[in-house]
Design a binder for this molecule. Sequence first.
Ligand SMILES: NC(=O)c1ccc[n+]([C@@H]2O[C@H](COP(=O)([O-])OP(=O)(O)OC[C@H]3O[C@@H](n4cnc5c(N)ncnc54)[C@H](OP(=O)(O)O)[C@@H]3O)[C@@H](O)[C@H]2O)c1
Length: 354
Amino acid sequence: MHTKALGTSSLQVPRISFGAWAIGGWYWGGADDATSIEALTAGLDEGLSAIDTAPVYGFGHSEKIIGQALRGRRDEALVMTKAGLRWDDEEGEFFFKTADVDGKVRSIYRNLRPASLRHEVEASLRRLNIEHIDLLQIHWPDPSTPIAESIGALFDMRSQGLLREIGVSNFSTEQMDAAREALGGVPLASCQPKYNLLQRESETEILAYGIEHEIGTLVYSPLEQGLLSGKVTGARKLPADDQRNKHPNFQSARRSRINQVLSQEVQPIAEAHGASVAQTVLAWTALQAGVTSVLSGIRSKEQARENAAAARVELKQAELISIDQAFRALLAEFAAKGGKQRGLGGLLRRMLKR
Ligand SMILES: NC(=O)c1ccc[n+]([C@@H]2O[C@H](COP(=O)([O-])OP(=O)(O)OC[C@H]3O[C@@H](n4cnc5c(N)ncnc54)[C@H](OP(=O)(O)O)[C@@H]3O)[C@@H](O)[C@H]2O)c1
């Protein structure tokens, strides 16, 4: 797969990267490990050569599974993990409560203190069973720790060879200014915003900032957690512990309107390219200004093959515009009905205002 430089860092990332949240199981109604390893293996075979994960994804489980899948294939993959969300310690700022796949309640704390970051990086290296992390991203800002202190700790670990490059996720432009200043001559490799046809806020701020300052952007939830594949029909029931059940866009009225727009506006374009709706939406996202790589969440080898092939779908300008306009109209319709965007997107906006 064609690769691009991640900002001005030493890393080259594919147009589509493997998103490994769901294979951790938590939030997504569980995951089957053998299926997850097949998915990662198929992804590597098809050029999904960058894998995005985090310690909190399944409370270490996603990283462990990646470690298993990479046995004998470490050189083929960039491992991009994160730090800053602790479930095993109560230091830092309380973030949210959740239940793991066994129903056990977990309290998540934001903690970017230097000692905690080192503890996390060392634990990630053990779980992933690798010598260094290619990209270490701060998962979420922690207002209780000065950004310069956290960046200083990552800088030291970079000098010691534990990680190659440093990135951030869910940061505002002001927080990225502070991170860049603390890094001095070392580039801030990347930022990681949520971005898809239904979540456009990052276009004017984060993606524009990435272009201006040559910072790579790894955009997440491109299929709005699967909804923009067109396969989450009204008839599809998610398992009771799949937390997408609480997502506002998964509620039946919105789900049905989103699927109508996909079938009326995206399906004909997909057919013209011999592609699926999911591939067309992923291709649209990858082709937007300022997007370096699309983090595509994948649970099976079939999804790995399908989503990797989206990198070869070259949409024409008129097609990009018509998809854009259809979804802008849908968002205006949702806004007119007064529905506030909630869930993690709303949470993110509230946090960034702090
Ligand atoms: N930095 C952050 O705070 C943050 C937050 C969220 C995500 N991320 C990263 O971004 C990645 C992607 O985001 P995401 O996982 O939230 O959402 P996503 O990529 O929009 O959706 C992933 C889900 O869509 C479904 N899917 C994938 N391919 C499909 C296909 N071809 N056809 C039909 N359904 C398909 C799968 O679920 P089903 O098969 O169960 O429907 C899959 O788990 C994550 O894995 C993670 O690495 C980062």
